[in-house]
Design a protein. Structure first.
Length: 135
């Protein structure tokens, strides 16, 4: 759900046991005429059972996604990854003028553990025209 002023976004997923992959959950669209350095900062991590994963995969617009490996496939072709289970800041890359990043979400929850009723991860999108690292 996009906020009224289009400055915040809420994504609800319903992960199941084993692997779930949510393609193109949202995009980052640079509508400016100059490039920006893009970062994502997890301020509140999701809480999932031990052995679980929850990862944001960032792709260039139109990039081919490939999932290989069984029973836990591994995505490839991405620009960056952001774990939703730990706090921290990740540099995604430089998004050119009119550029677009596509956002996928990948979860793995081991079979047999108790699924949480719900969990939330808070992620900030940080963009800057300079090369400095955000505080």
């Amino acid at each position: 759900e996009l906020g009224a002023n289009k400055t915040n976004l809420s994504i609800t997923i319903h992960p199941t046991y084993q692997t779930a992959y949510y393609k193109n959950t949202t995009i980052i669209n640079n509508t400016d005429t100059k490039a920006y350095n893009i970062y994502m900062r997890v301020t509140t991590p999701a809480t999932l059972p031990p052995g679980s994963s929850a990862i944001i995969y960032v792709y260039e617009k139109g990039a081919t996604r490939t999932l290989t490996g069984f029973p836990t496939p591994a995505p490839s072709g991405y620009v960056a990854t952001v774990s939703l289970l730990t706090t921290g800041t990740t540099r995604i890359g430089s998004l050119s003028a009119s550029g677009v990043y596509e956002i996928d979400i990948y979860t793995v929850i081991p079979e047999g553990v108790k699924l949480p009723a719900s969990t939330t991860a808070n992620v900030l999108l940080i963009y800057t025209p300079s090369g400095e690292t955000p505080p």
